[in-house]
Ligand binder design. Structure first.
Ligand code: ZN
Ligand code: ZN
Length: 402
């Protein structure tokens, strides 16, 4: 169970405690008291991990080999059945004028009925390449190119700022594949504008004084990597309960079953009751392993809101409390990185980790936070150690040597 971005640095406004130290977390403390604690560098000491690369590492894959960019994981997370070799992009629905100037990168923060625009975009076909487009939340979407002779070495069409023309996609190396992919992407962008500018939904939006979603702007190219299925790697049937497309995508690309939770927003306003129930229902089924990600603490960290982060951690503690009665399992509680209030982004500080379960060598740590956990029996480990430790505890490891 990964409380996204939960770890932090000491804050003056909290009397030089971290939000986790300042929060009342009786259930996490109990889990620590009856388990073994340590701190973990998700990738290696000092490396600022993204949520994606951290999760990849904790699941025992090498993020430096597997991670080819955010596109493939986002695409998988919104339900595109990505295949090895596909080139995937993150996209925005944006607003353009006839000169190609982007007047609103987020198309008036369009929220509703983007699936109608998606349907129109999916009618685009270019040469021998299959265009797969899918809306995500809000103004976000994903684009997947499938076919021979494609490359992820292409630049972004998104100009990053309003008031600029969309950027023509350029190949980033000399290969024929990169040239072909850039050419196709430029055609996709141009044709998306032709198809979407007079789309009925956009006409309605213009009448209502809202910016139309009349162009799609791809960025963040990544080739879908080859990833050994989690079930093959460990012999464990696994499910993923996550809120964001990114983490669901990691579950999907590693072959896990994805459990969707109603009301899971990925923010501090998420429906933790539904998430708890979803975990309990899934745990009762025939799975050997659950990857759980709860996202709100990270959002509060990015917003620099200490009080909100502290309160969300206290709510997450209630979730932990309701899961503690589950029997005959190993419960690992950790974070995927620190998202300190003072930095408002991820840092390379290690995160606290507990393992609780049968035959654990319980240590002297009695509370759960960054500093207390550093005195625990696991000492300081890396994300890539977690699955090895778990497999060993479950007696599912094979011996190295005689
Ligand atoms: Zn994260
Ligand atoms: Zn984050």
């Amino acid at each position: 169970m990964i409380i996204d971005g939960m770890a932090d640095r000491p804050l003056e406004e909290l009397g030089f405690k971290t939000p986790l130290e300042a929060a009342a977390t009786p259930n996490m403390d109990k889990l620590a008291e009856t388990g073994i604690c340590g701190i973990m560098d998700p990738i290696k000491p000092g490396i600022r991990a993204g949520s994606d690369t951290s999760h990849i590492s904790i699941l025992g894959y090498d993020p430096y080999k597997v991670y080819t960019g955010r596109g493939p994981f986002e695409a998988a997370g919104v339900g595109v059945n990505v295949l090895e070799g596909d080139i995937a992009f993150r996209c925005n629905f944006s607003t353009a004028n006839d000169d190609g100037v982007i007047t609103d990168r987020r198309a008036g923060r369009i929220r509703e009925r983007t699936e109608e625009l998606t349907e129109a975009v999916n009618s685009i076909d270019i040469e021998d390449v299959q265009i797969i487009f899918k809306e995500s939340t809000g103004h976000r979407a994903v684009l997947v190119l499938r076919g021979d002779g494609l490359s992820d070495q292409v630049s972004a069409a998104d100009p990053k700022y309003d008031g600029k023309k969309w950027t023509r996609v350029e190949p980033l190396d000399e290969t024929q594949e990169a040239r072909k992919t850039a050419d196709i992407l430029n055609q996709v962008v141009e044709r998306s504008y032709q198809i979407l500018k007079d789309h009925p939904l956009n006409q309605e939006r213009i009448e209502n004084g809202e910016n139309p979603g009349n162009i799609i702007l791809p960025r963040g190219a990544g080739a879908v990597p080859h990833v050994q299925a989690f079930s093959d790697k460990y012999g464990l049937k696994a499910a993923c309960i996550a809120e964001t497309g990114l983490i669901k995508g990691i579950g999907k690309i590693t072959g896990m079953d994805i459990i969707d939770i109603e009301g899971a927003t990925g923010g501090v306003d998420t429906n933790l009751d539904n998430i708890t129930q979803g975990i309990l229902d899934t745990a009762a089924k025939d799975y050997d392993f659950l990857l759980i990600n709860i996202d709100g603490a990270d959002e509060a960290g990015h917003d620099g809101n200490a009080q909100e982060k502290l309160e969300f951690i206290e709510k997450a503690d209630q979730v932990v409390g309701k899961l503690m009665d589950l029997e005959d399992l190993y419960f690992i509680l950790t974070a995927d990185h620190s998202t300190p209030i003072s930095v408002m982004d991820h840092t390379g500080d290690p995160v606290p980790l507990i393992i609780n379960g049968p035959d654990i060598r319980v240590d002297d740590v009695k509370i759960y936070n960054e500093r207390a956990a550093s005195k625990g029996g696991l000492c300081r480990i890396r994300g890539s150690d977690v699955m090895n430790i778990l497999m060993d505890l479950m007696n599912k490891s094979t011996k190295f040597g005689a």
